[in-house]
Design a protein around this ligand. Sequence first.
Ligand code: ES4
Ligand code: ZN
Length: 326
Amino acid sequence: ARLPALLQAMPKAELHIHIEGSLEPELIFQLAERNGVRLPYASVEALRSAYAFSNLQSFLDIYYAGASVLLTEQDFYDMARAYLRRAVRDKVVRAEIFFDPQTHTARGVSMETVIRGLHRACEDAQREWGISAALILCFLRHLSEEDAFATLEQALPFQGQFIGVGLDSSELGHPPEKFERVFARCRALGLHRVAHAGEEGPPAYIWSALDALQVERIDHGVQALKDEALVARLARERVALTVCPLSNQKLCVFPDLAQHNLRALLDAGLCATVNSDDPAYFGGYINDNFLQVFAATGMTAAHAWQLASNSFEASFAPEADKRAWM
Ligand code: ES4
Ligand code: ZN
């Protein structure tokens, strides 16, 4: 069979998707209208034309502006439902979805509004379309440890509605160890732990995500190949890397997709996976990521099966589900 058909048809898990990064410009304008929020862009086209990024920070500035239209539980529900519907089309059978509560609570939106809307969308999608979906609460690393602790406290009444915590936003200057005590508390609470590391930041940030935060997966992690001892550890411990090829291209982590190191990560024996990160901003959903990185790097059907298998191995789904998917 043709490789693109295989990539599209194979069941897969998506483990690195920021739900606020799935907000398409059309939905941003629709929600702005519905909520009476003023946007600094005249039209969908004007907003989309601002999507030209030079690094992570240039993206984050626009991403946080886009999220400002989210006010009600229904807004969060509609956003997550649109993503899940799209994921089902791409044969995603399991989605572990990041959300950034601090982006919303700082604007006066309650934690309850955010989590209830997202969680209800996950439940409805599971019932209506059969997709398994779960939430991961991300702390914004450019904010303080104190702010992260306060956020965790606000989320605890809803602990049954998310499965773990992550760490995202501006990486450089905000090393994982800044959140060592927060993650220790999350571990004690029985929450899963992941962190963005080695996207723009150095291999040292991947080491400290593993050692100081005791994370179970690394989000991105593409800088790991610069450190031979780190690669050996990631391979031996089967620590998954949730790689996002189109994100890396759009944020200039690699000059172009042909230079992307996904194939090298797999060939080094690492548990790499393919994910969309912020699909509305980076030009594609998960299957676009598969299709484009395979076309650019000449990976094969064997790589495709390995990536799908890795995605299930690395997921936090119940073991019985994982075995059935693999
Ligand atoms: C993100 Cl690509 C990326 N990196 C770090 N934090 C993020 N939040 C949303 N997308
Ligand atoms: Zn990310």
